[in-house]
Each structure stands twice: as C-alpha cells, then as structure tokens.
Design a protein around this ligand. Structure first.
Ligand code: SF4
Length: 348
C-alpha cells in the first residue's frame, strides 16, 4: 500500500508510524499545516519533524505554507467553529489532492492520534474526501497509543508543543480558566497511570545495589532501610528511581536516599518521584529533611528543600571508611535542608 500520512507534528507521528510499520505499512509523511502560529512555533514543529523523519528513515514531503493571512481571514468568520469550518478541511483536502496527483493508494492523518482533536469530525470528513477523490481512507484510532507515543516522544527529546496550533488555541491554553479537556473514546484505557506510576517497594533488600549508587556504604544503608518507606517510580514495567523515606517524628520525615538507574538518568524521574511523594506525605507531615553533600544542594533547593537546617562537620570523613567523591568534589561535611510539605503539589 502506498500511504500518504498527513502529519501535524513529530510527537504525534511517533506512535502512528510505529503502529503502521508494525502492520507492514511504510507511510510517506506529508507536512501541510498552515495553522501554526507564530512563525517561530511553525518552524520549531516543522524542523523537529524534518530531523525526526530523517532519524527513523521515513520519507517526508514538506509543503511549505505558513498561511497566516488566509487562516485569520477564514477563522474570524466563525471563531467558535474554525476547526471544522476551515482548519481540518484545508489541511485534509490538500493531502487528498497531493495523493491524487502523485499516485498514492491511501491517505490517513496523525490528527487521529490526538485526544485533543475532534476525532469523529476528522473521521467523517476523511470518509467524505475518500469518496470524492476515489482514494482509500486508512482509518486507525491511533488514540489508543496516545500516552505510549507521548512518553516515547518525550524520551526522544522531541519538541513538544504546548497548544494545538493557531493563535486562538494559544490563548485558550494560557488565558482560559477552563481549558479544553481531552476526550477519550469509550472503553479506552487511560494508560498514563501504569506508564508512569509510583509504587511502594516491599522487597527493599532486592534494590540494595541501586541504593549503593547514591550511598556507597552498606552499613550506613542498613541503619535506616528497615525502618524506612521505600518507593519506586515505575516506567512501563521497570522501576527506574527509588526514594527512601525515614519517619523522624509525627510531623517530620527525612529523605535518606534518592537514586535513578544509570540508563534513565537526566530525564527528571527522581524529581517526579520526589514531587509525588511530597504531595502524598503532606496530608500527615509538615516537613521533609534531606542531608546532602555540597554538590547536590542546588538540586534539592530547586525541589523546594530551601530552608537551611544545619551542617554536620566531617560527616563523610567520620562515617565512611573510604573517601567519598561527588563528581570532582571530595565530600566532607553533610548539609541539612528542609522542605515545607504544606506547600507541595500533589501530582507527578
Ligand atoms: S484549535 Fe487547532 S484545530 Fe482548531 S483551528 Fe486552531 S489549530 Fe486548527
């Protein structure tokens, strides 16, 4: 099958291309999106797709048209219905035209992936165009893979847009007390929860090797591990980060260990885990302490541990048999900071 896939951006294309390739279909991507404002945003999305399509060796055609004048003239005729009156039709019709002129057998669109788009309208409109142009419309409800695609796009470091495209959607995203909510079709599972979730770890000793990466003394870990709560951040089926929390008194906790597996570092997983735990513990506790070497103070301050508590002089010299180094700095003193949990947000 020679398939032309209208493509609105790189992140939305990730799952669609993977899914089609799994089915043995090699799509040609077709970029035609004169609905993205301002020009710097248009360019960022287009250039990201150029890079991504090259990196996965998929053919992509770029139909250049920023189209701001026409878009605004058409959209203001009926602002509330601009998506269905102009924005979807102009892009999808052009895709069918290109497909007809260039001998494609079938057409589809990555707009069928987004849980923020008007899926049923797009489907019906594509069916209508399919009859008009005599070209098959390959329908797939790509929304089933929305979170899978979203997570993969983030991990790949693709440019992730924050609003649909036009300047009106930008306003609705940033200047609207009731922004539009995503719509999932009936029976579809919201896989966000299991693709990224926090789990209490009961078999603590199974994770000792990972905990040793943050605190290289087994004797030191053993002093707190059995009395602490251990939580892991699970991505898909893997525990990627761990946090060990010790209860100091009725109102105070101490973060004793926070570590992420080497291959998952630099993706913000430890921050997510910590944020989620602080959000949960705030129901019962007022304060979380952390003791840290000098190098990590900026990281913890950024996570809200912004109140200096105390310094334990020569802690790393007196409590470890070997010298402890954190990157290029020899650890000597332990610095204690705390976070006011009542200010913590709840979500991951
Ligand atoms: S909100 Fe999105 S679909 Fe609707 S007109 Fe704006 S860019 Fe197009």
């Amino acid at each position: 099958m020679k398939l032309l896939l209208h493509t609105c951006c790189a992140p939305c294309s990730v799952y669609c291309i993977d899914k089609l390739r799994e089915e043995g279909i090699e799509p040609t991507l077709y970029w035609y999106n004169p609905n993205i404002h301002p020009y710097t945003e248009y360019k960022a999305r287009r250039d990201c797709l150029k890079e991504y399509s090259k990196s996965i060796d998929v053919k992509a055609i770029f139909e250049e048209e920023y189209g701001l004048d026409n878009f605004c003239k058409e959209a203001v005729k009926d602002l509330n219905n601009r998506c269905v009156n102009y924005c979807y039709p102009v892009r999808l019709r052009k895709t069918f035209e290109y497909a007809k002129e260039n001998g494609y057998d079938a057409v589809s669109t990555t707009l069928l992936y987004s849980i923020y788009q008007k899926h049923d309208f797009i489907k019906n409109y594509m069916e209508k165009l399919s009859k008009e142009y005599g070209i098959e419309f390959l329908y797939r409800d790509f929304r089933e893979g929305f979170w899978k695609g979203h997570n993969k796009a983030k991990e790949l470091g693709l440019y992730m847009q924050k609003y649909c495209g036009c300047i009106f959607s930008e306003e609705s995203r940033y200047n609207n007390p009731n922004p539009p909510k995503p719509v999932l079709p009936e029976g579809f599972e919201d896989t966000r929860r299991w693709s990224l979730c926090v789990k209490r770890i009961e078999n603590k000793n199974d994770y000792i090797d990972l905990l040793l990466e943050a605190n290289p003394s087994k004797a030191s870990i053993n002093k707190y591990l059995s009395d602490s709560d251990v939580y892991g951040l699970q991505v898909e089926e893997n525990i990627v980060s761990l946090a060990v929390i010790l209860h100091i008194d009725n109102k105070t906790l101490e973060l004793k260990n926070l570590v992420t597996k080497k291959e998952y570092r630099g993706k913000g997983y430890a921050k997510k885990l910590l944020k989620s735990l602080c959000g949960n513990y705030k129901q019962k506790y007022d304060k979380m302490l952390v003791g840290t070497s000098e190098n990590n103070i900026p990281f913890y301050v950024k996570q809200g541990f912004d109140k200096y508590e105390k310094t334990i002089k020569n802690y790393f010299i007196d409590n470890y048999e070997e010298e402890i180094w954190d990157r290029d700095l020899k650890c000597v003193d332990m610095y204690y900071y705390s976070k006011d949990l009542k200010k913590a947000k709840v979500n991951i």
